[in-house]
Design a protein around this ligand. Structure first.
Ligand code: TYD
Ligand code: MG
Length: 458
């Protein structure tokens, strides 16, 4: 019998070592090495295909780039505009797409919805749920498709054989952590299994030209469970994010070999499944009350889509010696920076105040264009003077208190204009080339924080 080989693999980066080590020499993380049992890896097949041993002529020959006929990339419609958008206008045949997300976020729901609404034969492989459970879910989504085949099989060899027989136009694997390859002896979900299964699926997708969607769970700190190597193998990585407390779900492209990577799709989780949200601003701005201090509207971009969101601040006198600073949906360090700029450049002091920031709707914003709106919200809450509901903001705050221009300003203005805002504060450096006459909204170009504070609060 072949001797089993044991190695230790870093669960963060996939580096391996014959002995356990506490600190991964490759990625520097501590306590990430886990033991893996490998089967007899150099099988006959890999030996015979090794370039040293093969006396045969290779089946695939090098081709000059100029001789390759331009391929017809015919994408097919997933019948879900948000998914099409993040994939780069449809599903590419033969592509391998990884959909990552925390447990319970709605990955299975999304995939089943796609599987049942698409106009093609789909094979939905589930290692997590039984046929009955999937049927229950489909009933809940009120989707019933005779073209959607359910397979509860975890062995990759068997499932791929069945897939080759069925010839579906899309395969969905739910989830990569539950399937296992017979070529490897370790348990499902271990790093070597996840890696092996993914490469088998990749070979299958490339050879048969059938696209494969793989669902993967992500770990607490947001990484896709299994080594980074998984992300290298697949063509597209989508991350399904959201807050359990809120019903919005965001599908974000982290990597895409066939399209842009800054696209997002927005959904709302309802009792009957995920609803596509094509107009996010209207959804995010509904719960507003006039005359409340500390609340402003910022025009932000998520990928290529302009979105108006509510930026809220609460400034209160600190009860304890050290004032608290807390932020939800926005980088806390950047909040500290904004407070420091306000103190140093505008003489507005928050020294003994507790400061809380919140991006309404449970979104996480990395766009620095919300700086201006946040600064306005902070000053508004501090002085307890409200900012009119019809005003919105888009500008980045620099360290010397200057308001810097932001990208795609016209799209932001258009969105604010479309939603009926009357006034918009932007950086004066963004004014170049903007035809303000085109919009009904009044543009207020400003260069420094002080100018905005004077206009709004005095
Ligand atoms: P699920 O797709 O099972 O999550 P994942 O596969 O990512 O683990 O989603 C489960 C959650 O979604 C669950 O908490 C119930 C909720 N849900 C709805 O709110 N409406 C629905 O129509 C469905 C099917 C699920
Ligand atoms: Mg699931």
């Amino acid at each position: 019998m072949a001797k089993l080989r044991r190695i230790f693999v870093c669960s963060e980066c996939g580096a391996n070592s014959p002995k356990w080590v506490g600190n991964c020499p490759a990625c520097g993380q501590w306590n990430t090495y886990v033991e893996e049992v490998l089967g007899n890896e150099t099988t006959q097949e890999s030996k015979s295909t090794s370039w040293r041993n093969s006396g045969r002529t290779p089946e695939v020959k090098p081709v000059s780039l100029a001789d390759i006929a331009p391929g017809q990339l015919v994408r097919f419609d997933s019948k879900d505009n948000e998914l099409n958008r993040v994939l780069g206008s449809g599903i590419v045949p033969g592509s391998l797409v990884l959909i990552g997300g925390e447990p319970g976020i709605g990955k299975s729901t999304l995939s089943l919805q796609v599987a049942t609404s698409i106009d093609a034969k789909v094979l939905y492989v589930s290692g997590e749920e039984s046929e009955d459970q999937i049927k229950l879910r489909a009933d809940r989504l009120s989707s019933n498709s005779s073209e959607c085949y359910i397979l509860t099989e975890v062995n990759t060899a068997k499932m791929l054989n069945m897939a080759a027989e069925l010839q579906p136009q899309l395969i969905i694997i739910d989830s990569i952590q539950t399937i296992s390859s017979p070529n490897i002896e370790s348990m499902p979900g271990t790093i070597s299994q996840v890696r092996e299964c993914t490469s088998e699926l990749q070979r299958f997708a490339k050879e048969t030209n059938i696209p494969v969607f793989i669902i993967g769970h992500i770990t607490k700190d947001g990484a896709i469970a299994g080594p980074k190597i998984l992300e290298h193998i697949v063509d597209t990585v989508l991350q399904f994010e959201g807050d359990r407390q809120h019903s919005y779900r965001i599908l974000r492209t982290l990597k895409n070999r066939f399209g842009r990577t800054d696209e997002i799709g927005i959904y709302e989780m309802q009792t009957g499944g995920l609803r596509q949200v094509s107009n996010p601003s209207e959804l995010l701005l509904t719960q507003r009350d006039d005359h409340l201090s500390g609340s402003t509207v910022s025009a932000t971009m998520e990928g290529m889509r302009p979105m108006l969101i509510e930026t809220q601040a609460l400034v209160a006198t600190a009860i304890f010696g050290t004032p608290q600073r807390s932020s939800t949906g926005f980088d806390l360090r950047r909040l500290h920076m904004l407070l420091a700029v306000l103190e140093k450049r505008s003489g507005i002091f928050f020294g003994q105040k507790d400061v809380f920031l919140n991006i309404a709707g449970g979104l996480k914003i990395v766009d620095t264009a919300v700086d201006l709106g946040l600064v306005a919200a902070l000053v508004s809450s501090l002085h307890d003077i409200y900012v009119s509901q019809n005003v919105c903001f888009a500008g980045e705050v620099g360290l010397s208190g200057e308001i810097r221009g932001v990208s795609r300003i016209e799209q932001r203005i258009q969105e604010a204009d479309r939603l009926g805002f009357e006034e918009m504060y932007i950086s004066k450096y963004n004014m170049k080339g903007i035809d303000t006459g085109r919009y009904a909204i009044r543009i207020q170009p400003i260069g420094k924080i002080n100018e905005m504070v004077e206009r709004l609060f005095t």
